[in-house]
Design a protein around this ligand. Structure first.
Ligand code: AMP
Length: 210
């Protein structure tokens, strides 16, 4: 357990952290846990909590730390996370990083750098399957239509990839999440990558530092 990979991925939207997380999951045989995905799943159903989470996410703000801890703890208790995990989207602020230091015990923090203009352009172009989360681009939909090649459901644009919401999420990234990098850098855990490079190249660089 002590040698297990407990990776944290940090970067703005569009920086490739989700894609690298999926590749790393296959490479290391451990799950990638996206806290954005956990929040999206928590918006299903007709409960007050589900509606409240939906409203917060649509505004581009962060859900409360308490709620995030609850959702993440439930996920980390599942058996597939026992031998390591890759966290995409957590921690998002220094309070979360501090509170989680004992139970996450990160082995490494991978930071993906991307400037705001590139992040906005990439978020505007991305599309995903509404059911299985297959990831693709607006160009793919223009060329092949909006039927997911993996499961047949429809490919959609994520609500929070709207340009106004993306701008708010970037603000939140700079104000709240960037200080988290300093927090882990002080512990010598950070490795940085250029998120504008091609996916295989970034992956190769990550594999070298693991
Ligand atoms: P993401 O897909 O990681 O960009 O997350 C989508 C949304 O989920 C965010 O804009 C937040 O509203 C919520 N969220 C994801 N991770 C966290 C977190 N660690 N703390 C609070 N809110 C989060």
């Amino acid at each position: 357990m002590t040698n297990a990979h407990r990776l944290i991925l940090i970067g703005p939207q569009g920086s490739g952290k989700g894609t690298q997380g999926e590749l790393l999951s296959v490479y290391l045989q451990i799950p990638t846990i996206s806290t954005g995905e956990l929040c999206r799943q928590a918006t299903a159903g007709d409960t007050e909590e589900a509606k409240a989470i939906h409203a917060v996410m649509q505004s581009g703000a962060l859900v409360s730390d308490e709620l995030m801890f609850k959702l993440l703890r439930q996920r980390l208790e599942q058996i597939d996370a026992a031998d390591g995990f890759i966290l995409d989207g957590f921690p998002r602020n220094v309070a979360q990083a501090q509170a989680a230091i004992d139970w996450i015990k990160p082995s490494k923090v991978l930071v993906f750098d991307l400037d705001d203009n590139a992040a906005i352009a990439r978020a505007a172009a991305r599309r995903a399957c509404s059911k299985c989360r297959f990831k693709t681009t607006a160009n793919y939909v223009l060329t092949y239509g909006d039927v997911c090649p993996r499961c047949g459901a429809s490919i959609v644009k994520r609500l929070d990839d709207d340009p106004v919401i993306v701008a708010k999420r970037l603000q939140s990234f700079h104000a709240l999440t960037q200080p988290v990098i300093g927090f882990y850098a002080a512990a010598g855990l950070v490795a940085r990558f250029d998120g504008s490079k091609k996916i295989p190249q970034v992956f190769a660089e990550i594999a070298e530092v693991l």
